[in-house]
Design a protein around this ligand. Structure first.
Ligand SMILES: C[S@@+](CC[C@H](N)C(=O)[O-])C[C@H]1O[C@@H](n2cnc3c(N)ncnc32)[C@H](O)[C@@H]1O
Length: 209
């Protein structure tokens, strides 16, 4: 299955109410950045919508995010029903209640989760993932963990995540990558999804979609 077909299938089966959710997600983004005087750098609607659909479609419950910033992507995944733990060495103070924030790097946050005995069933990376973090995900990732990375483009951090996860994640061979196409997918007139997110989905989840 190509990325386009995958995204359309997700939207057709799980996209009910997505437009309204995206409006609320964008509201968080715009108001938070205005409050903190920040410009740009937050995950855009096409990728937030894609993350939302992945959480909904595959009933993800325990999500780990690397790179909080103002929390737009964390809000999107939370709205889809996931419990999100997000980490960032910088605290922008923009997260709404209900999202757990660990004010530290990816490896340190994963060590905290490991000590707590947590299992993670989805990861969204919006920074450069470290080898140390992948080693920890090999330990605390669920059998059917979904991995996603933002900014998949030549030489960008998403491509680095793609290369490192393909090589070092222990279940990479049991999964399929869906990489962004040249243009986002227009699932219905005016609604674009999946601009720059690389998603590694376990084959058995794809088969059940
Ligand atoms: C592009 S922003 C994330 C945007 C966020 N997804 C959103 O929707 O608002 C990247 C963030 O990654 C953080 N970061 C950089 N290296 C990190 C690391 N090793 N662990 C966790 N966060 C990191 C940066 O401080 C920055 O806030």
């Amino acid at each position: 299955m190509q990325t386009r077909e995958f995204v359309i299938r997700l939207y057709e089966r799980h996209g009910h109410g997505l437009v309204e959710k995206l409006t609320a997600i964008r509201y968080h983004n715009v108001t938070s950045r205005a409050r903190c005087g920040l410009a740009g750098g937050s995950t855009g609607n096409p990728d937030c919508g894609f993350l939302y659909l992945l959480v909904k479609a595959f009933a993800r419950r325990s999500i780990f995010e690397i790179g909080t910033y103002v929390g737009t992507s964390a809000v999107a995944m939370t709205m889809a029903g996931g419990h999100v733990t997000t980490c960032d060495p910088n605290d922008y103070g923009c997260l709404p209640p209900g999202i757990r924030f660990l004010n530290m790097t990816d490896s340190d946050a994963l060590r905290v989760l490991r000590r707590e005995g947590a299992i993670v069933d989805m990861v969204f990376v919006d920074a450069a993932v470290s080898l140390d973090a992948i080693a920890l995900l090999n330990k605390i990732g669920s059998e059917d963990m979904i991995f996603t990375a933002h900014d998949y483009a030549p030489g960008d951090k998403g491509e680095l995540c793609f290369r490192l996860m393909s090589k070092h994640y222990r279940r990479a061979t049991e999964s399929t990558w869906f990489l962004p196409e040249a243009e986002p997918v227009e699932v219905t007139p005016g609604l674009l999804l999946e601009r720059t997110t690389a998603a590694m989905i376990p084959n058995r989840l794809i088969a059940a979609l």
